[in-house]
Design a protein around this ligand. Structure first.
Ligand code: MTE
Ligand code: MO
Length: 213
């Protein structure tokens, strides 16, 4: 029988503690099945990249709200701004840390429109026709934004400029590029990728990649 010295016992406890994190050696900020894309920022979208003029750009909140509202570029910029600093996670397994996005919180927009009691879901839409669905809980309480700057510079066309939705706690397909509005609904209505097999919710920590996950 091997004698365990106090030092050896302490070591074993520490080792077990680290192993207990589940994925030894993996960055704990990485959701399961994801890798750190480092400095690269992959571009992914289904449609052709549009070129949208901020002079004619609008963003609309409608559906089950008290006061449906459309903002122009200048009007939305006149609202109190907000910043997200952190990670984004794409379902194709890349994650990116240390991103800084500036724009306006969805909470600020909902202060203007109000939300009716019978609203439970949101369908986000883009100027290109792209759509994606979310439960209301995922776009309120400081968890979703309309953003126009990334790392201090205007969002490029290919990344959804002049403005995109940002819902960073869900897989990145929920962050509709070239976003044009949010419709509040009583029933969940699937968006583009969700109709094509992606999960309705898309929580990266639960690996909700595909329908049925
Ligand atoms: N309008 C639009 N938005 C979209 C998509 C799209 O096809 N069209 N793809 C989504 C997916 S799957 C991802 S991973 C991200 C990619 O954003 P990026 O190209 O800025 O990395 O945009 C999301 N938003
Ligand atoms: Mo994606």
């Amino acid at each position: 029988m091997t004698a365990e010295t106090p030092e050896r016992q302490r070591q074993m406890v520490i080792t077990r503690g680290f192993a207990g994190r589940g994925r030894a050696g993996q960055d704990p900020r990485l959701p399961p099945g994801q890798y750190d894309a480092g400095n690269s920022w992959p571009v992914l979208h289904a449609e052709a990249t549009p070129s949208i003029d901020t002079a004619t750009w609008t963003f609309t909140i409608d559906g089950l709200v008290d006061t449906p509202t459309t903002w122009t570029w200048d009007e939305i910029h006149a609202l109190p701004g907000d910043r997200y600093e952190g990670a984004i996670h794409c379902v194709t397994t890349w994650s990116k840390f240390g991103m800084t996005f500036d724009g306006v919180s969805i909470d600020t927009l909902l202060d203007v429109t109000g939300v009716r009691d019978d609203a439970a879901y949101v369908l986000a839409r883009s100027h290109t026709g792209y759509t994606t669905n979310l439960p209301i809980e995922d776009v309120v309480d400081g968890r979703a934004w309309v953003v126009w700057d990334v790392d201090g510079a205007p969002l490029e066309d290919v990344h959804g400029g002049p403005a995109r939705l940002l819902v960073p706690h869900l897989y990145f397909w929920k962050s509709a590029k070239w976003v044009s509005g949010l419709k509040f609904l009583a029933e969940d209505q699937q968006g583009f990728w969700e109709r094509n097999g992606y999960h309705d919710h898309g929580d990266p920590w639960l690996e909700q990649r595909y329908q049925g996950d």
